[in-house]
Design a protein around this ligand. Sequence first.
Ligand code: NAP
Length: 343
Amino acid sequence: MAEIGSIISNKQVILKHYVAAGSAIKESDMYVTTTSITLKLPEGSNALLIKTLYLSCDPFLQFIMKNTPGLTGYTFFSPGSPICGYGVAKVLESGRPEFKKDDLVWGLMGWEEYSLVTNSQSFSKSTTLMYHSPTIQGFLNEVSRLKKGEYVFVSAASGAVGQLVGQFAKLAGCYVVGSAGSEEKVDMLKNKLGFDEAFNYKLEDEDLDAALKRYFSEGIDYYFEQVGGKMLDAVLLNMRNHGRIVTCGMISQYNVPQPHGIVNLMLVGLKRLQILGFTHRDHDHVYNNFLDFVLPLIRNKKITYVEDIAHGLDNAPTALAGLFTGRNFGKQLVAVAPHDHHY
Ligand SMILES: NC(=O)c1ccc[n+]([C@@H]2O[C@H](COP(=O)([O-])OP(=O)(O)OC[C@H]3O[C@@H](n4cnc5c(N)ncnc54)[C@H](OP(=O)(O)O)[C@@H]3O)[C@@H](O)[C@H]2O)c1
């Protein structure tokens, strides 16, 4: 363990340039470099000196890498500086009374081995390395109005958010179908995560409407939207009257030059549908409430949480870019430093 006050090497993942709007982000939009850092808080500083343990690969990072206008609530980074996203770290030195040496903290941090964090407003103490809690807390507390027996469809169902949403809907007594981009993921949804049905949307691309009709002969009550585009159009055709669509994301639209124009929107009125958008940024403050809720479920094997862990910052650019090609199998993390990882 490096001594406080020593100067040590510090590997970082740097954004090379802003990515053009409508383009997919690639590994080559980032590079890994090694600089040095003095492991010491400046005198009188209220910053935190942290050692990064795990980083979360999240689709929202591409919005910052594209300098997308209108974003709020994140720590922004620009070309030449480290990527900054959610992670878990260990406190080495603290200038804030709420945190002390060796605390685990969760929040927005740089993609580097060690950081001097001067803006640690997003930080809270963490007892575990669980990610995406604010998103799912939003689903549980404010969005979910699921009733037993309802028909629920989840797209991008095998990923970080989708796998939990589907399992929570099952716990609520719903019939749950998920879509994912490979046979292996479909198998996981049905045979490991307990979804009633699942299908490979790539194999059904020619007629997503027919695929949904196969699994929802009575129609869909509740759609957890994560992909947008053609899937949303097909879902609109299959929604039941008074159904709800909860828009968490639209990943199929992030990297296309021309977004898909939704043609079936008229059905919102005809079917009296509700569409609700939400963001984890409204729920970050309830991170620990979510952990109190979900960790016992995981420990008691009521919920399974599938993670895909890339080891080392050298592999971080591949892991992040892989979200947009479906390379990840479950929640994509980067393990930066060895640490006991359990729930
Ligand atoms: N509102 C919020 O606060 C919030 C927070 C977190 C995430 N989100 C959104 O929720 C969605 C899922 O995020 P996540 O973190 O859970 O990521 P994830 O599902 O773990 O990873 C992304 C997955 O998206 C799928 N995908 C990629 N390109 C696609 C395309 N063109 N069409 C359909 N599926 C595609 C891939 O799975 P397949 O193999 O199945 O294609 C990939 O594995 C994203 O839209 C994200 O932006 C929103």
